[in-house]
Ligand binder design. Sequence first.
Ligand SMILES: [Zn+2]
Length: 82
Amino acid sequence: MIARCDISPDQELTIDYATHTGVESWSMVCHCDTLLCRRVVTGHDWRLSRLQAAYGTHWTPPLLERITGGPPHQPPAPPRAG
Ligand SMILES: [Zn+2]
């Protein structure tokens, strides 16, 4: 995980579960009561363009692949021995 801002030692951390699941049948009611709360987080929230814009590449690799239409960046393979 990567923080999107500096974190102070006593700060409560939150995460948008939508960045981690694409299971279409999954959903949960959110009680965070922030102004940006969607009230229900679902397995198809990754399709929301405003979330894609807000989170950039900060999605789990399978969801990022769905969003970008291609595989996530892979580091180059190490050279073969021999
Ligand atoms: Zn919420």
